[in-house]
Design a protein around this ligand. Structure first.
Ligand code: ATP
Ligand code: MG
Length: 658
């Protein structure tokens, strides 16, 4: 990214403006799961020994023979070992003193809740596993899952794992077409879905979308249908193909032997969010994945035996797979899952859930935090949040002001904030603070997890100096890394392993500061080139969010005859902000002051919503399409197409810019 020395200096200046450092508390460190800083050195010295030690968290039917076999870019971890992921997440806890401990706490849309102990979860998983067997699912067959956030979702995942059938979860907000594409790519044999899902009091007709998708899915033999809605869903059942969960699962036997899986057997396929383009079917295998998510969950969230841990993601994304289901349950943790949205029935919903269950660890996303900022501090202030001990964030670079807001208004200054960088492909968190050990800097994901090696490189593959931007790469294999793209090993090699020999190319831009801290700058494609200066959209967005009236911003570079690219900013204001018009100049000035005149936005557009993926990430590529007058690219992963059409109209009228 940055090559010339003038750019170097400029970037360094921008970086140094974010100078806040929050020291870890000694009191926290003393009780922390990762309280001993020697963990970094130990893991760096002999990463394989480190991961072998972590692998003891799991129960193995047969021990592994070799920790790692690595022939770039093909990794095998814990070869020769045999184990079962569901056994590790459920059965072994159900057979211990944790039998009657809550495994899952489910908070449904208002009025509904359900607690499943490890003993209860074991029976439900086994019933579902036996039901799948009766539908002809065998070890190795793929099962597609298209459900809302109800307990049947983790039950279905674990049931698949129990019998060795890889699952492929498709987020319940996806359209029929997206579902069909993913079912066909994975050649799934059975689909598990529901008559519908609740969203802000109204019904999302999952079964109707599924039926539409199934018009073109030759491999699906049966559909297992959860009744979440009942009569009101008015869902049609196709005789011979569709079976009701309540009839089949509830009447199946609650006993099922776990399938002993090879360490490298596929656990699941999951399609990436599609922020940058066509989703890829990421393949995760059994042992390395489970070791990676269990270890990271233990250290990064500092989870204790009696904690209530809440990750607010949807299980349709990797965050839900790794940190609602597999990581926490492998560790015997009580994992909370929530069906609804943050503003239903009111904007205090998250905080009332924290209060209701005494949540100790909260893991959410920058997009949610920026939304809460927009809504103001009164909502969290109304609730008792004193149970919280650790706060996490994931999904996008977090703007320093959003980080501070989270720290102050939710953590009340007491809770370490862990900004965790990772991807669907990485399976587990890779860059993160360890609470109690790592001094944090708002906006920085800090350092690679023990045993992980990351480097920021320039175009030629040379490490960049402190403060300069470059490409984030990973230089050593890690246990939860994906093994391939399903059905497309060439794409695996080309997209991820061809830019720098022997190194994994993440597609993200980053810089490392003089303390060795990593600052994620967003996707490489999102970096702008303004009059020869490389400027990251994230930095301009963060400067905008730093302004007291701004809640959220999306910045793009649009073609400009003179400068190559000009900066356009789409800005969402806090609800308490005064009228917008006088603000444009002020915001431009604010950015120029924070970063430098070169980063001053050329256009500012005010909007009440930004276009986001269904996983709630800002989708800049569509804004670029609008700004450059192109036909919009792939919009299937967009959460709300109305937002982008409105912006397109607004942009075309131009009157709103200056
Ligand atoms: P696609 O690969 O299909 O375009 P996606 O990259 O959005 O979609 P995910 O795997 O869900 O799909 O997201 C991973 C990406 O999210 C990372 O590559 C990075 O850009 C961003 N990300 C995640 N966590 C962080 C974080 N803590 N800080 C900065 N960026 C993050
Ligand atoms: Mg990606």
């Amino acid at each position: 990214m940055t090559t010339s020395s003038t750019n170097h200096t400029e970037r360094l200046e921008a970086l140094l403006k974010e100078g806040r450092v929050l020291k870890p508390s000694e009191e926290f460190r003393r009780q922390a799961n990762a309280g001993d800083p020697a963990i970094y050195e130990r893991a760096a010295k002999d990463p394989e020994a480190f991961w072998a030690e972590e692998a003891k968290r799991l129960d193995w039917f047969e021990p592994w023979k070799k920790v790692l076999e690595w022939t770039v870019p093909w990794a095998k971890w814990f070869t020769g070992g045999k184990l079962n992921a569901a056994y590790n997440c459920v059965d072994r806890h159900a057979a211990s003193s944790r039998r009657n401990k809550a495994a899952l706490i489910w908070e449904g849309e208002p009025g509904d809740s359900r607690v499943l102990t490890f003993g209860m979860l074991e029976r439900e998983v086994n019933r579902c596993a036996n039901a799948l067997k009766s539908l002809g699912v065998r070890r190795g067959d793929r099962v597609a899952i298209y459900l809302g956030m109800t307990p049947e979702l983790p039950i279905a995942l674990l049931a698949c794992a129990k019998i060795g059938a890889p699952h492929s979860v498709v987020f319940g907000g996806f359209s029929a077409e997206s579902l069909r594409e993913r079912i066909n790519d994975a050649k799934a044999k059975v689909l598990i879905t529901a008559d519908g899902a609740w969203r802000r009091g109204s019904v999302v007709p999952l079964k109707a979308s599924a039926d539409l998708a199934l018009e073109g899915t030759p491999t699906i033999e049966h559909v297992l249908v959860v009744e979440r809605i009942g009569q009101a869903a008015n869902a049609a059942m196709k005789p011979g193909r569709d079976v009701r969960w309540r009839e089949l699962v509830d009447s199946s036997s609650p006993f099922c032997e776990p399938e002993p899986m090879d360490a490298e057997d596929m656990l699941y396929i999951l399609y990436t969010s599609g922020t940058t383009g066509k989703p890829k079917g990421v393949v995760h295998t059994t042992a390395g994945y489970l070791v990676g998510v269990a270890a990271t969950h233990h250290y990064i969230f500092d989870v204790k035996e009696n904690d209530v841990y809440w990750c607010t993601a949807d299980i349709g994304w990797v965050t839900g797979h790794s940190y609602i289901v597999y990581g926490p349950l492998a560790n015997g943790t009580t994992s909370l899952m929530y069906e609804g949205s943050p503003d239903f029935p009111d904007r205090g919903r998250f905080w009332s859930i924290v209060e209701k269950y005494g949540v100790n660890i909260l893991y959410t996303a920058p997009t949610a935090i920026r939304t809460f900022m927009r809504w103001g501090t009164d909502w969290p202030a109304k609730h008792d949040l004193s149970s919280l001990r650790v706060l996490g964030t994931v999904g996008e670079p977090i703007n320093p002001e959003a980080w501070m807001w989270y720290n102050e208004n939710i953590g009340r200054g007491r809770c370490p904030v862990v900004d965790t960088w990772w991807q669907t492909e990485t399976g587990m968190i890779l860059i993160t603070p360890l609470p109690g050990l790592t001094a944090t800097k708002p906006g920085s994901a800090t350092k690679p997890f023990p045993g992980i090696a990351a480097e920021v490189l320039d175009e030629k593959g040379q490490p960049v100096g402190p403060g300069a931007g470059g490409y984030l790469t990973l230089t050593r294999p890690w246990p939860a890394m994906f093994r391939t793209i399903y059905g497309d090993p060439d794409r695996y090699v080309e997209q991820y392993w061809s830019s720098y020999s022997g190194k994994y190319f993440t597609g993200d831009g980053a810089k490392v500061d003089e303390d060795g801290y990593f600052w994620l700058l967003g996707r490489v494609d999102d970096v702008m080139n303004v009059a020869g200066h490389r400027i990251s959209t994230y930095e301009v967005e963060s400067a905008l969010v730093d302004h007291p009236f701004v809640a959220e911003a999306a910045v793009i570079g649009r073609k400009d005859d003179v400068k190559g690219q000009a900066i356009a900013a789409f800005v969402t204001l806090k609800e308490s902000s005064p009228s917008a018009d006088t603000l444009k100049q002020e915001l431009k000035q604010h950015v120029a002051q924070k970063i430098g005149p070169i980063a001053r936005p050329d256009d500012i557009y005010f909007t009440s919503e930004l276009p986001k993926t269904r996983s709630a990430k800002i989708m800049r590529r569509l804004l670029r399409d609008i700004a450059e007058g192109r036909v919009l690219g792939d919009t299937t992963t967009l959460a709300d197409p109305a937002v982008i059409s409105k912006l397109k109209r607004q942009y075309e009228e131009k009157g709103n810019s200056e």
